[in-house]
Design a protein around this ligand. Structure first.
Ligand SMILES: N[C@@H](CCC[C@H](N)C(=O)O)C(=O)O
Length: 276
């Protein structure tokens, strides 16, 4: 079957049209395909599925085989995949995900190929049950000790659970040390993505994300939205901000809903025959 390798600001995915396959053990297959040495290599596997009610349905399986509810960079790639292949012909589409309906709008070039996508990411959720996080009331900028280091933690769901932590120097902060500890910390019943944020000025953030089920990534779209939202709640930034990630920049608008705009790129395609 055909697969397509894509990325959104360096967050990379293998996309497969689910209609052509009938895989049972999708977690295990995702793990093998995403492996960077023994497989194609990617942060996640995205399945392009039919929806009974909406234009299409997206499933995202992390590199460790766990299924996530949504993926911000992934849905831009998904929108390009379905529009360029005429699976969906509308520029403003409604995509079903485990986190509800998400609305991407594609921006095309002179050849009607998708170059950028603006995604209505919906309303961010701060209530502890919706994140989810075991905490009395909203968890915003609360000090929590991890060993001998106290970090100020904020929790929000922008399609998937996110933790936002502000640091003064993102380049020297030991993300690989604290990321995995916080991802599985006991107040997060389904784990969390962990975003380390440096506020550069009122219109620009630098963010690095330790992703749940993946590890360090070049970018996280829903993490960029979570970081911009919490930064805005705390009064650090304006409503419109550039979020700079190791893999590129995203433009995020914080209103009642959050909007994220960014690129999506097709890297290569190929055929897979499943090995035993
Ligand atoms: N890379 C993503 C988020 C993908 C899901 C995440 N790993 C999770 O398990 O929550 C994005 O761009 O939003």
């Amino acid at each position: 079957m055909e697969f397509v390798k894509m990325h959104g600001t360096g967050n990379d995915f293998i996309l497969i049209n689910e209609v052509e396959v009938g895989w049972q053990d999708i977690g295990n297959i995702a793990k093998r395909l995403c492996d960077r040495h023994f497989g194609i290599g990617a942060d996640g596997l995205i399945l392009v599925c039919k929806s009974n009610k909406f234009d299409a349905r997206m499933r995202i399986i992390n590199a460790d085989g766990s299924e996530a509810e949504m993926c911000g960079n992934g849905i831009r790639c998904f929108a390009k995949y379905v529009y360029d292949r005429k699976i969906v012909t509308k520029k403003k589409m409604e995509i079903e995900t485990l986190s509800g309906v998400v609305r991407p709008e594609v921006v095309t070039d002179d050849n009607d190929k998708v170059r950028m996508v603006r995604v209505d990411m919906g309303v961010p959720h701060l209530e502890p049950d919706s994140v989810p996080v075991r905490w009395e009331g909203r968890l915003i900028n609360e000090p929590i000790a991890f060993g001998d280091k106290t970090l100020h933690i904020s929790s929000v769901n922008t399609g998937v659970p996110h933790t936002v932590i502000f640091v003064s120097d993102i380049d020297s902060f030991p993300i690989e040390v604290y990321g995995p500890v916080i991802e599985k910390y006991n107040i997060f019943p389904v784990g969390t993505n962990v975003n380390f944020v440096q506020v550069m000025n009122r219109k620009r953030l630098m963010v690095r994300t330790w992703e749940r089920g993946v590890g360090m990534t070049m970018a996280c779209g829903s993490g960029a939205c979570a970081s911009a939202f919490i930064s805005n709640v705390l009064g650090y930034i304006e409503r419109e901000v550039i979020v700079s990630l190791p893999g590129g920049d995203l433009f995020v608008e914080v209103n009642n809903n959050i909007y994220m705009t960014g690129p999506c790129v097709e890297v290569f395609h190929g055929d897979i025959s499943l090995w035993s």
